[in-house]
Ligand binder design. Structure first.
Ligand SMILES: *Cc1c(COP(=O)(O)O)cnc(C)c1O
Length: 388
């Protein structure tokens, strides 16, 4: 038998989470953000569940071509825009929309227009409203917009900005309201569609913000964008990935014995521990400390000692039925229906759900759980029932 680790992708959960985005922003077009190979889930795996999105957003042209090969004919937005003038050939040929966030990119468009005057391109102009990552500052934004309007190959222009604090506690003049109002001031002279909202803004501020297109990412995968302020249960989201393995060894310890490299954990009483086939070479964080939550046969317990490359240890002292072959859920759903939100594991490890789901490595086999089986599982869980 092969090593028992597996990442299971739940198609129903993905489709359900997309509906939550659509319901939260009922007047908007909802784009599914599938950058980084769909946040580690695999574009080809999630595609079926996201077919009812109004568009896709990502940043790698190879991934955009993959979506076209899967049959997607709607809009695809390149969030980081063009990396070189050559990218315009692909945008033209594969009908990809892209952001323009620097004058270099406008220069590339001019060059391209010279050779391909018949091209029809769809451009999202990105304003820097305070994140200071990509985009034009307000004055430069106005100039860029006017220059782009002059280019015949630019068929459609859309305003775009990205919040730095949509997950923050405050919606006031110092945070996202300020960024939004600045954006409104700059764009008011140029009527056009606009896109501002990411997952946090969709869930928290849809009433207060106009965003004709919303860009939903993390929420689609079942992680709360503003955890711990809100959990996935609060937002009625379902985990889209379950990282599961099994216990492959059991050790009985007496008081004073240690566990793992560096003897970082010392038993303070008699203990029974399970050794799990999952380590940092599978993408589980080495930095995750003793106490990080884990499910064994659906029962919540804790990681103990240092995570090694291929294994980690869990406390099964209180889980009498735990034995070799018992199911271990590192995050996501157990097969009996218990849920360990990825956000809890991320918080214990000092990171965010985004990073954990993107970090699962090549050697972990992925499987896809088709729609109906998963719905039965979650229906048995109780609190999540209404949202499923
Ligand atoms: C990644 C990304 C998003 C999606 O953000 P989430 O927090 O995952 O919803 C939206 N817009 C831009 C520009 C992004 O880079």
């Amino acid at each position: 038998m092969s090593r028992p680790i597996q990442a299971l992708i739940h198609l129903d959960a993905l489709a359900h989470n997309l509906r939550i985005a659509q319901d939260s922003a009922p007047d908007a077009q909802v784009y599914a953000v599938v950058k980084a190979n769909a946040y580690g889930h695999g574009i080809a795996r999630v595609y079926e569940a996201f077919k009812h999105a109004d568009g896709f957003a990502l940043l790698d042209i190879a991934e955009a071509k993959q979506l076209r090969a899967l049959g997607w004919q709607g809009d695809i937005l390149l969030l980081e825009g063009l990396f070189s003038v050559q990218d315009l050939l692909d945008c033209h040929q594969f009908k990809l929309s892209f952001t323009v966030h620097s004058i270099h990119q406008i220069e590339w468009l001019r060059q391209f227009q010279y050779s391909y005057p018949q091209a029809k391109l769809n451009v999202f102009v990105k304003m820097n409203s305070g994140m200071n990552r990509l985009g034009f500052m307000p004055e430069a934004y106005r100039r860029a917009w006017l220059e782009l309007e002059q280019l015949d190959i630019v068929q459609q222009l859309t305003h775009m900005m990205h919040f730095s604090d949509a997950d923050g506690e405050r919606f006031d003049a110092s945070g996202i309201q300020y960024q939004y109002e600045l954006f409104q001031q700059v764009i008011q002279d140029f009527p056009a569609p606009l896109t501002v909202s990411n997952s946090a803004a969709i869930l928290r501020h849809s009433e207060a913000l106009r965003s004709d297109i919303v860009r939903s990412g993390i929420m689609l995968y079942g992680s709360s964008p503003d955890y711990p302020l809100h959990t996935i249960q609060d937002w009625k989201l379902l985990p889209a990935m379950s990282l599961r393995s099994e216990i492959i060894g059991i050790q009985s310890l007496v008081q004073g014995q240690s566990v793992g490299y560096g003897s970082r954990f010392i038993a303070d009483r008699r203990m029974r521990i399970g050794i799990v086939a999952c380590g940092y070479a599978d993408g589980y964080q080495r930095i995750s400390p003793t106490g990080t939550p884990v499910l064994v046969n659906g029962v919540r317990t804790r990681l103990i000692g240092r995570v090694s490359m291929d294994m980690l240890a869990v406390d099964v002292t209180e889980i009498a039925h735990a034995d070799i072959g018992s199911e271990v859920v590192l995050w996501g759903n157990s097969s009996c229906g218990a849920v360990l939100p990825i956000d809890e594991v991320a918080q214990a490890s000092g990171t965010v759900g985004y990073e954990l789901m993107c970090a699962v490595t090549q050697r972990v086999p992925f499987a896809v759980q088709p729609a109906s089986a998963h719905m039965k599982n979650t229906a048995a869980e109780g609190p999540m029932e209404q949202s499923a």
